[in-house]
Design a protein around this ligand. Structure first.
Ligand code: TYM
Length: 335
């Protein structure tokens, strides 16, 4: 039986944090044997905000190494770098020309990031979701496992597919309609300093997030100082207690316990008892990832060979779709 195809990626802006892990990477790893997976480092997306050329390549390697350290298995998954496959940029241009401008202006992430950047908003930031659509469509992906914040971009991708196929495909669609895969738990991990805001790489305070490569001391410090409330007894799903729900959810996902087990365990706990438990659980969950990451980074030759093989496999699939899209648009490929 032919397996369905999964595609997803993370931007190499800063280190991966628990939101990226619990919302995305962990789910790729858990489900990888069911699918044929294309997982890439979104380094073209990384320059839609001001970036540092001196660290871009190193950060890209770091994310690829973290994919492996988190458990991606090359028997099921192809790992590659977005900028290594030029079809991503080329299909973006073709899709740009069929995407109405107001679809992009309506994107929530664009509006939020544009406000942050003030006058310095580049065209790439507006065009970001079209590049994301190209990423997905080149691989004819069936499923796209992401966190909640990417849902609107997936809807836009589906709109682009429908428009492209409607305008340019005959009876047989050229581009496949992908579906988001968003888990109910972990899809929106919140900041440690404000339970109403998403944990994010772009938050200026590093205290707001736990990075996968944080030292034990940093994890201890961040959890000790994270925002809580004055209520005794810890419960899920109380809208008046966003921090409580977030920290219990993180604990549940990292400990592997069920929601009812955690609810039972923490029912009568105070924060003084819960915080050390969460700290210990987080350190234990991240330790094997950090050890594996270090071993991979000590053997860059291996990492490069993984990315080289990934590029070849990705290129073959991406170029095939690109050729179909160009033909549908009327380009002549024969020469
Ligand atoms: P990025 O790099 O912002 O985030 C990577 C993945 O992590 C998820 N995520 C979260 N999940 C739960 N809680 C959070 N606080 C949290 N923060 C981030 C994101 O939803 C995402 O799944 N545009 C994408 C990268 C991308 C992509 C793609 C993804 C480029 N092309 C094609 C899928 C398909 C992004 O910036 O993710």
């Amino acid at each position: 039986m032919v397996k369905q195809r999964v595609l997803s990626g993370v931007q190499p802006t800063g280190s991966l944090h628990l939101g990226n892990y619990l919302g995305a990477v962990r789910n790729w790893v858990e489900n990888q044997s069911q699918y044929e997976n294309f997982l890439f480092v979104a380094d073209l997306h990384a320059i839609t905000v001001p970036h540092n050329p001196a660290t871009l390549a190193g950060d890209t390697y770091k994310v690829a190494a973290l994919y492996l350290a988190c458990g991606l298995d090359l028997n099921h998954s192809t790992i590659f770098v977005q900028s290594h496959v030029s079809a991503h940029s080329e299909l973006t241009w073709l899709l740009n020309c069929i995407t109405p401008l107001n679809w992009l202006q309506d994107m929530i992430q664009f509006k939020e990031k544009a406000v942050k950047q003030g006058e310095n908003v580049n065209t790439g930031l507006l065009d970001y979701p079209v590049l994301m659509a190209a990423d997905i469509l080149l691989y004819q992906a069936d499923k796209v496992p992401v966190g909640e914040d990417q849902k609107q971009h997936l809807e836009l991708t589906r709109d682009i597919v429908n428009r492209f196929n409607h305008l340019f495909a005959g009876k047989k669609p050229v581009l496949k309609l992908p579906e988001p895969l968003i888990r109910s738990e972990g899809a929106r991990v919140m900041s440690l300093t404000d339970g109403t805001r998403k944990m994010s790489k772009s938050d200026p305070s590093d205290m707001s997030r736990i990075n996968l490569l944080d030292s034990t001391d940093d994890i201890v410090k961040k959890i000790k100082r994270c925002k809580t409330d004055l209520v005794r007894g810890l419960t899920f799903d109380d809208s008046e207690r966003p921090e409580c729900n977030n920290l219990l959810t993180i604990y549940m996902l990292l400990s592997g316990k069920t929601k009812s087990e955690v609810a039972q365990e923490c029912l009568d706990m105070g924060w003084g008892q819960f915080k050390p438990l969460l700290t210990e659980t987080t350190i234990a969950a991240l330790k094997p990832i950090q050890e594996k990451y270090q071993a991979i980074m000590d053997d860059l030759g291996y990492l490069e060979s993984v990315l080289r093989q990934g590029r070849e496999k990705a290129q073959a699939q991406a170029n095939d779709t690109l050729a179909k899209a160009k033909t549908a648009l009327g380009y002549s490929l024969a020469l």
